[in-house]
Design a binder for this molecule. Structure first.
Ligand SMILES: [Zn+2]
Length: 266
C-alpha cells in the first residue's frame, strides 16, 4: 500500500502525467462504444419543444485567401437528442449543468436489460424487484455507479411515432415508451447512491407519466439523467466505464451530451 500511495507523487516528481501513470486507457483491453445519436434534422425532441435542432451554414468553400473554410451556427433546445437532464430541470434547489461533479458523469456503469418486458408492454416501468433480481445475479450496485436502463427502444430511432408512441406536434399526452419506475428510482438514488440514471428512451419517466416522479426523485438528490442513449446492447451488465460529458452550459437545465463507454474486451 505504501508503494501504491507513493506512486502518484513519484509520477508527479518525474513529470509523468498522473492520470496516465495511474489509470491508463488501454485500448488493447478495452473498446469504445458510442452511446450518442447524431444531431440532425431527424433528431427527436419532446413534442412540446418549440423548435428542434437547427444548423445554419455560415461559410463553406474556398476563400479569397486560397484556403478552404467552413463554419456553422447551431441552435437547439436543451432537451432533445442524446442529452443531459441537470437536477435543476425538476428541482428549484438542484444544481445546473456546469456544476454537476465530473464523478457523476464519468463513472462505472451497470446496465439493466428490460427489453423482453418492454417488448410485451410499451408502458413498462422498471420495478424495485427487477433491480433486486439484477443484483442477485450480478452483485450489489455500489455507490457512485451510473445505472443505465436498456429497453431496446433506440432501434426505433429516429421514427418519432415508433419511438415516442405518438407524433402529434405539441401534444405529450399520448406518449407510450418504457422507463424507470418510481420505486426502482428510489432504491437506486436514495439507497444505492447512483451517480446518474440513463436510458435509451426520451425520458427517465415512462411515456404516460403525468407527475415525472422519477425526474423529481433524482433531482432532489442532485442525480443527473441521461436520455436518448443508444447502443446499450453493446455494454455488459457491469464492467463498462461511461464518459457522458454535456455541453457546459452555465445555468443550464440540461444540454447536448456526447456519451461513450469503455468496455473490457473479451
Ligand atoms: Zn431531458
Amino acid at each position: 500500500m505504501l508503494r501504491r500511495a507513493w506512486f502518484p507523487l513519484l509520477a508527479v516528481l518525474l513529470g509523468v502525467p498522473r492520470a496516465v501513470a495511474t489509470q491508463p486507457i488501454d485500448l488493447s483491453t478495452q473498446r469504445m462504444v458510442d452511446l450518442t445519436h447524431p444531431l440532425n434534422a431527424q433528431t427527436i425532441y419532446w413534442p412540446t419543444s418549440p423548435t428542434t435542432f437547427q444548423l445554419e451554414r455560415l461559410s463553406y468553400g474556398q476563400t479569397e485567401g486560397g484556403y478552404f473554410y467552413s463554419a456553422n451556427a447551431f441552435c437547439s433546445p436543451e432537451h432533445g437528442g442524446t442529452h443531459l437532464d441537470a437536477p435543476i430541470h425538476f428541482s428549484a434547489d438542484g444544481i445546473s449543468a456546469e456544476r454537476i461533479p465530473l464523478e457523476n458523469l464519468v463513472a462505472p456503469a451497470v446496465v439493466i436489460d428490460v427489453t423482453a418486458q418492454a417488448d410485451r408492454d410499451a408502458d413498462y416501468r422498471l420495478t424495485r424487484e427487477d433491480v433486486l433480481a439484477w443484483e442477485a445475479r450480478h452483485g450489489r450496485i455500489e455507490a457512485g455507479t451510473m445505472v443505465l436502463l436498456r429497453t431496446g427502444w433506440s432501434r426505433r430511432w429516429p421514427d418519432r411515432r415508433a419511438y415516442l408512441g405518438d407524433d402529434t406536434p405539441g401534444d405529450a399526452s399520448n406518449l407510450h415508451f418504457p422507463s424507470f419506475g418510481d420505486d426502482a428510482a428510489r432504491l437506486l438514488v436514495e439507497e444505492r447512491g447512483a451517480a446518474a440514471l440513463g436510458v435509451d428512451v426520451a425520458s427517465i419517466d415512462y411515456g404516460q407519466s403525468r407527475d415525472f416522479l422519477v425526474h423529481r426523485i433524482a433531482a432532489a438528490r442532485n442525480v443527473p439523467g441521461l436520455e436518448n442513449l443508444t447502443n446499450l446492447d453493446a455494454l455488459p451488465p457491469r464492467g463498462a466505464v461511461v464518459i457522458a460529458l454535456p455541453a457546459k452550459i452555465e445555468g443550464g437545465s440540461g444540454g447536448p451530451l456526447r456519451a461513450i463507454a469503455l468496455v473490457p474486451r473479451g
